[in-house]
Write a protein that binds this ligand. Structure first.
Ligand SMILES: NC(=O)c1ccc[n+]([C@@H]2O[C@H](COP(=O)([O-])OP(=O)(O)OC[C@H]3O[C@@H](n4cnc5c(N)ncnc54)[C@H](O)[C@@H]3O)[C@@H](O)[C@H]2O)c1
Length: 262
């Protein structure tokens, strides 16, 4: 894709799952990557694999995204390392299920901090560098199908993801004047640890979901990564402030297939 070769990207939550797939996809285009995650060993393993497979600079960076001082330090580190921050992918996320009436306040702060506040802090800190550099910059956040369709006992996650859609809208509008594009990708369910652990714990029954997913399948990590790479590339030069759903049509479907032809 045009405009990715030789660029420098930070991908948060890149040790495993969707973030790892995004870091690999960008590296395949010749983009250098900072593999940022709270899991130090897994991040180092991912960075090492990317270096040997794609021959780009790939550096692991250990960070707790709930801490603003660590976010500011990471951006300074990446800027020193690469000389610019061309692409920021805010991907790290968590989910903890409970009734809204029963979440401890500490859990509310924890989930909202990672799933929404960290995206905002990372984006605005990166933008301070991006708007001053000739190459300007590009931010892509990972939202979810659950930003617009909701299931019970997931209110913190759903609120955060709805907030991300609003965030890329408002920052996309505000930062177009600085040459910075801001978009989100909203995945349907992907077979990562996040989903597999919920299934194993009996907190998610995918057969229910499949009834209202037109494509009747999970989304592949590569399908998310392809869309992120597209949005970060010059191929998407006219797109900003948007959320692109990669969800097999799920967010548009209201009824199980056999019930919508009566
Ligand atoms: N898997 C899905 O079906 C699905 C669907 C829609 C959206 N998403 C979103 O995609 C993103 C990635 O999800 P995934 O499925 O790959 O999950 P995952 O659990 O496999 O990976 C999440 C990564 O984020 C990291 N992380 C968590 N807290 C962190 C913190 N405080 N600081 C730094 N890193 C931290 C984890 O260590 C992990 O490597 C999330 O934002 C998630 O909400 C996932």
């Amino acid at each position: 894709m045009r405009g990715l070769q030789g660029k420098c990207a930070i991908v948060t939550g890149a040790a495993k799952g969707i973030g790892k797939g995004i870091a690999r996809r960008l590296a395949a285009e010749g983009t250098h990557v900072l593999v940022a995650d709270i899991l130090a060993e897994e991040a180092e393993a991912t960075a090492a694999a990317i270096r040997s497979e794609f021959g780009v600079t790939a550096v692991a960076y250990t960070i707790d995204l709930t801490k603003n001082e660590e976010i500011e330090a990471m951006m300074a580190f990446a800027h020193d390392l690469f000389g610019s921050i061309d692409i920021l992918v805010c991907n790290a996320g968590v989910t903890i299920h409970n009734w809204a009436t029963d979440y401890p306040v500490e859990t509310i702060d924890f989930v909202l901090n990672i799933d929404l506040r960290a995206h905002y802090l990372c984006a605005r800190t990166a933008a301070r560098y991006m708007k001053e550099q000739p190459s300007k910059g590009n931010v892509v956040c990972i939202s979810s199908v659950n930003s617009t369709i909701y299931h019970s006992k997931r209110s913190l996650y759903n609120i955060s993801k709805a907030g991300i859609n609003g965030m890329v809208g408002t920052l996309g509008v505000e930062w177009a004047r600085f040459g910075i594009r801001v978009n989100a990708v909203a995945p349907g369910y992907v077979g990562t640890d996040l989903v597999n652990d919920l299934v194993a714990e009996g907190k998610l029954d995918l057969t229910n979901n499949m009834q209202v997913i037109p494509m009747k399948r999970l989304i592949e990590v590569e399908e998310i990564a392809n869309t992120v790479a597209f949005l970060a590339s010059d191929e998407a030069s006219g797109i900003t402030a948007q959320t692109i759903f990669v969800d097999g049509g799920w967010s548009k479907d209201a009824l199980p297939e056999e019930k919508d032809i009566l």
